[in-house]
Design a protein around this ligand. Structure first.
Ligand code: FES
Length: 145
């Protein structure tokens, strides 16, 4: 039994190492999906690499976790915007919601946030989301955490 668990953990670590190698992301950056949280990087304070431009089509958004902050990043017509990923209503992940124009709709109760300002466009959420500065450098997307 221990051998099977050890083998599973070894395979999982090899898989993450492979992802890090092909993605170029920092070690402590996490990519969120509906089912999993995948470790992808090691950030320094300030700007942290979180994604590659080539993997990030217009109209797409992803959730990442870095420096203990959960952030949703969206590509809106080739420009990147980032706000807190936990809905200020009841903490659902905005990256699991839907993106329309510059607005993200929370999948839990339908709050809508403006990705450029972090403002609530429609409740029930009342509190704005934190906005993060985004830069693109050398084909990589960086966020100021
Ligand atoms: S948790 Fe997002 S609207 Fe309720």
């Amino acid at each position: 039994m221990f051998a099977a668990i050890f083998f599973f953990i070894l395979l999982k670590n090899l898989y993450y190492t492979f992802l890090l190698t092909i993605s170029g992301r920092d070690e402590k950056t996490f990519i969120h999906s509906r089912r999993s949280r995948t470790c992808l990087g090691n950030p320094n304070m300030g700007f942290v690499k979180v994604a590659l431009v080539k993997d990030f089509e217009p109209g797409k958004m992803i959730g990442v976790e870095t420096e203990g902050k959960e952030i949703v990043i969206a590509n809106i017509d080739g420009n990147y915007f980032a706000i807190g990923n936990r809905c200020t209503h009841m903490s659902c992940m905005l990256s699991d919601g839907s993106l329309k124009g510059q607005n993200v709709t929370c999948s839990c109760h339908g709050s809508v946030f403006d990705l450029k300002t972090g403002n609530v466009v429609k409740g029930p959420a009342k509190k704005t989301e934190q906005v993060f500065q985004v830069e693109v450098e050398g084909g990589q997307i960086l966020i100021n955490v």
